[in-house]
Design a protein. Structure first.
Ligand code: ADP
Length: 428
């Protein structure tokens, strides 16, 4: 007996300042959205009337309209609803203030607004960054080129989990993708949690800020567009210290605090007077994600790095390398008792120490980053990375590793940095 696939069309009429929220809740389910009349946007990117947009499993979407519109959803069986309460007006006002600062920086030839978005997990930090970036990129005539900086190694939006990255935003993101992905600047951290190696995390933050400031100094357009910095949801204790380190290193001008008054007050207290700290409401539409969902998100992100997305399928390659032909290191030596610590050495030195890894079964499923430095004499730890491979097989008898790689070319002679992050390649 065949099961009939039930595909429903649903039409929605939205009043001005309303949004339609929906999720794609089931694997294999897709939802197709179409704008019938009026104007609408998804997280700051405008929809084209009559065009079909397809969303896949895990998508949590809000279609917002300033003017009113009618929409059609196809294939939706779960919840979808219209909300009249959104914080979009506050977010638009933030954009307008940032735009004023950009105009000022253009005139006075000074650095444009460096904005940091903070708040606990699941308050819509990434979404707010996306909205602000898309709004500034939409103003084509002004030629804004803000840089998006993602400092949350947990999700690894810009490349893969276990890294932090930055990318220049030249155009609004496509409706169905989250961020445009042109030539990112990526640093290997190697863990998904900042607490595992705080020293390394802070070292990378400082380095990245230095490199980005340099790029801003060299390019007036980037300079006046400024930065939008996304941070991680760990805002208490040491997490808070990381936030203040980020603010200092990047020399932030504006901090947008989502949802948490306590955090807002702490920052007002601790930041220099010229830093503008703003408390913003979160959207009632932001969906809380379980740990399981977060883990799946991580895995999906790595899968996407190698295999692409339904809209942009990639064909990765596998290659074999001899144990003796690959130089693999990890950053951070295992802690040693204080009594055994050499006198001229500090605990923090150990945390940023380059340690050789002997190839073997310990590498199975691990992600390896390809450093831009080729010899250990260079400052490998503070050098950005070009891309990633994943160890899919270890053959100890033949002394061979099998690597999954996005590149068909033979692997470059470089230094590989082993990440704690693992990926099971079910496609192989
Ligand atoms: P954070 O960065 O604070 O962890 P995100 O910005 O990633 O939070 O938001 C969590 C999830 O909620 C995302 O999947 C996002 O697409 C979804 N989301 C954000 N705003 C809305 C909204 N207004 N309506 C529906 N879903 C939303």
């Amino acid at each position: 007996e065949s099961v009939e696939v039930q595909i429903e069309d649903q039409e929605f009429q939205l009043e001005p300042d309303n949004e339609l929220r929906f999720e794609v809740e089931n694997k294999n389910e897709t939802v197709v959205l179409e704008l019938k009349t009026g104007l609408a946007e998804i997280f700051g990117t405008e929809l084209v009337k009559g065009k079909s947009y397809t969303f896949y499993f895990g998508a949590k979407i809000a279609v917002f309209t300033w003017q009113g519109c009618s929409l059609k959803l196809r294939g939706k069986k779960g919840i979808s609803y219209i909300s009249k309460e959104t914080p979009m007006m506050f977010y638009l006002n933030c954009h307008a203030s940032l735009e004023q600062l950009r105009v000022k920086s253009e005139k006075e030839k000074i650095r444009g607004p460096v904005t940091m978005v903070v708040g606990p997990t699941d308050v819509g930090k990434s979404t707010l960054c996306r909205i602000l970036l898309n709004y500034s990129a939409r103003m084509n005539a002004l030629g804004r080129r803000p840089i998006y900086v993602d400092l949350d190694p947990g999700q690894g939006q810009i490349s893969v989990p276990g890294t932090i990255g930055a990318v220049m935003v030249e155009r609004p993101a496509e409706v169905e993708e989250s961020f445009s992905q042109a030539a990112p600047l990526v640093y290997h951290y190697g863990h998904t949690n900042m607490s595992i190696n705080s020293t390394l995390y802070n070292t990378l933050i400082s380095r990245m800020a230095e490199v980005i400031h340099q790029r801003m100094d060299e390019n007036p357009r980037i300079n006046c567009s400024g930065l939008i910095i996304n941070t991680c949801g760990w805002v208490k204790g040491k997490g808070y210290q990381h936030l203040t380190h980020i603010a200092l290193a990047f020399e932030v001008d504006v901090i947008l605090v989502l949802d948490q008054e306590r955090l807002y007050n702490e920052l007002v207290r601790d930041m220099p007077i010229f830093v503008k700290v703003v408390l913003l409401p979160k959207s009632g539409g932001v969906v809380e994600r379980s740990n399981k969902f977060r883990l799946e998100g991580r895995e999906a992100r790595i899968r996407e790095y190698f295999y692409g997305s339904p809209r942009n399928v990639l064909h990765p390659h596998t290659c074999e390398v001899r144990f003796s032909d690959i130089k693999v290191y990890r950053i951070g030596a295992p802690p040693i008792p204080n009594t055994l610590m050499p006198l001229d050495m500090q605990k923090t030195d150990l945390e940023t120490k380059l340690e050789p890894v002997t190839p073997g079964p310990n590498m199975m499923h691990h992600v390896l980053a390809l450093s831009f430095s080729t010899v250990v004499e260079e400052d490998v730890v503070r050098t950005s990375v070009a891309g990633f491979v994943c160890v899919t097989n270890v053959d100890t008898s033949r002394q061979m590793l099998t690597l999954l790689s996005p590149q068909p070319k033979p692997l470059p002679e470089t230094i590989y940095l082993m990440s704690d992050v693992q990926f099971m390649d079910n496609n192989a």
